[in-house]
Structure formats: C-alpha cells, structure tokens
Design a protein around this ligand. Structure first.
Ligand code: HEC
Ligand code: HEC
Length: 263
C-alpha cells in the first residue's frame, strides 16, 4: 500500500539524518533503532512507536495529506524533525485529537449505548457505540467542505466560474470520498441559485447535471422550476413531462405538471 510504505520511508529518513550520534548500526540488518519519541503530549510517552506510526498513516489518509503537512520533513539533506511543534497544523491536529476523544467520551450516553455493550445490536442490547474518527469529518480533505459551498463561493463570478470549479474538482477527486459527485451535488448548487433568485445560473448547473445524469428525473423537475421562474411555461411543461417519463412514481412531478397545464 502506497501510504504505508510512505510512512516507513519517512521514518527511514529520520533514521538516516535525525540521529548522527547513533551512527553505528547494529550488526546484521544494518538497521538502527529509531530515535525515541520525545514530544508526545496527548498520548502516553511510552506509546509503542508502531502504534503511533499506524495512527499517523491514518491521519494521512483521513485528511488526504502527507506527513510534511504537519511535520518538519524536508527529506534527505534537509531538516527532519517529527518532534518539533513549529507547524501550526501539528498543533491544530493535537487539539483535534482531544476534540475527537471528547466527542467519543460523551457519545455513548447521548445515543444510549453503554461503553461496554457488545458489538452487535441484538435481543434488547443496543450494540456498541460507534467511535467517531478523523475521517468521518474530514473525508479526505484537510479542511472539509461540501461541494456546494466550494462551488457557490467560486460562483461569485457567475455560473461559468462555478461550473469551471466543479469540473476541476470532479477531474481531481471523482471516485474518492472528498466530494459528493452524485446527481445531488449540482442539484443542491442549483437549488441555492434558485434561492438567490438566479434561475439562469440554476439552469446552467442543471444542464451540466443532465449531461452527467441523463436519467435524473429530479434534475428535469428542477429545470422546470427554473424555466417557470423565467416565465417559460411551455419549457417547464416539457421538462416535467420528461421527469414523469423517467420516473413514473414521482408523484410530486406529476402534480406539478397537472397544475401547470391547468393554469
Ligand atoms: C494531521 C497532522 C499529522 C500528520 C499528517 C502526521 N502527524 Fe505525526 N504527529 C502529529 C501530532 C499531533 C503528533 C503529537 C501527538 C502527541 O502529542 O501525543 C505527532 C507525533 C509524531 C511522532 C512522534 C514525534 C516525537 O518525537 O514526539 C512521529 C514519529 C510522527 N508523528 C510521525 C509521523 C509520520 C511518519 C507521518 C506520516 C506517515 C505523520 N507523523 C503524519 C500530527 C500529524
Ligand atoms: C467533528 C468533526 C471533526 C473531527 C472529528 C476532526 N476534525 Fe479536524 N477539522 C474539522 C473542521 C471542520 C476543520 C476546518 C475548520 C476551519 O478551517 O474552519 C478541521 C481542521 C483540521 C486541521 C487544520 C487544517 C488546516 O489546514 O487549517 C487539522 C490539521 C485537523 N483538522 C486534523 C484532524 C485530525 C488529525 C483529526 C482526528 C484526530 C480531526 N481533525 C478530527 C473537523 C473535524
């Protein structure tokens, strides 16, 4: 696995450059003991190194970063100091560990699952409480945000700028856990444009969405709403007919269609 081997590589660099005093390697493997950890503040000082490194690899995955996001790690010839606290990100991460742990302390009582409960819910037992992980909030991003927030912010320059941002993120992250690229993503963004009384922008997002999801009845339904707001009743009727055709069980679209036709 790529990230695990990266973590081991990082330690390798520490071994080579971090401790010149321990220069003579033990006979045999040519490996020397890693330097003792000197600056654990939230975890017990004697936490086994392997356990710390395993958690560090999980941090990388959870936030979608490398070790040097939090640590001074310049590679061969540079400074490599995992104990240093000079990076703001490491200091924030320490507080984040405490935040996560404090959530996990109160969570069992909130959901009524006692900490000692068994792993599965069965026969009146509520099951074990779920432990909150960094990844549950961060989903692969150092600063977790929804696709709707990122695109809406970029769209202060109009829907074209918003769509450009969407496509850029989609190219980079599609298939990953970072952003919602289901039909919901652009639907939510279009809905925000409607709320901001901007049906033209909403149409631009929805038209892009039917290119990705040609069978999305909800997108046609939303397009009808946008066209209606622009005064294009005939266009709205066409879109609603398409929505009903794609999803005959969509009673809401059916009602909206009847209403529009009756007007
Ligand atoms: C999101 C930030 C973050 C990332 C990414 C991260 N670490 Fe850490 N690391 C920390 C924090 C915070 C501590 C201190 C924990 C404490 O105070 O108990 C730490 C401690 C350490 C220590 C102990 C240092 C000492 O001497 O006290 C080592 C070694 C270490 N990390 C290695 C790594 C490696 C290798 C990676 C990449 C695989 C990595 N870290 C990725 C935040 C991070
Ligand atoms: C309850 C949700 C939640 C949990 C759990 C959580 N984080 Fe965060 N974290 C956030 C949010 C939200 C931000 C961004 C805050 C902002 O910038 O406004 C953040 C920011 C950070 C940052 C600063 C990023 C930057 O570049 O400014 C780091 C580092 C970080 N988290 C590490 C972690 C680590 C490591 C864990 C697990 C030990 C963790 N977080 C658990 C929600 C969470």
């Amino acid at each position: 696995m790529k990230r695990v081997s990266h973590g081991i590589g990082a330690i390798g660099i520490v071994l080579l450059t971090g401790v010149p005093a321990l220069a003579q390697a033990p006979a045999g493997g040519g490996q020397q003991a890693p330097p003792p950890m000197t600056n654990l503040q939230v975890w017990p000082k004697d936490t086994p190194r392997a356990q710390v490194i395993q958690t560090m690899n999980a941090f990388n995955d959870s936030l979608g970063v490398q070790c040097n996001y939090c640590h001074v790690q310049e590679g061969a010839g540079g400074r490599n100091d995992f104990a240093s606290d000079e990076k703001r990100e490491k200091r924030v991460a320490r507080q984040m560990i405490l935040l996560r742990d404090s959530i996990n302390v109160v969570l069992p009582a909130i959901v009524g699952k006692p900490a000692g409960a068994g792993p599965t819910a069965a026969e009146g037992h509520p099951g074990a409480p779920i432990r909150v992980l960094c990844s549950m909030c961060h989903h692969g991003l150092p600063i977790p945000r929804s696709i709707a927030d990122v695109v809406t912010e970029a769209a202060t320059g109009g829907a074209a700028a918003g769509l450009a941002k969407f496509k850029e993120l989609r190219t980079q992250y599609y298939g990953g856990q970072q952003y919602d690229f289901s039909e919901n993503g652009l639907l939510t963004i279009a809905q925000r444009a409607m709320t901001a009384k901007n049906p033209d922008d909403a149409m631009a997002y929805l038209q892009a969405n039917v290119e990705y999801y040609p069978k999305s009845a909800r997108t046609y339904q939303a397009m009808a709403q946008a066209r209606n707001a622009k005064g294009d009743k005939q266009g709205a009727i066409k879109d609603l007919e398409k929505a009903v055709e794609l999803d005959p069980r969509n009673a809401q679209a059916r009602n909206q269609l009847q209403q529009l036709k009756g007007q």
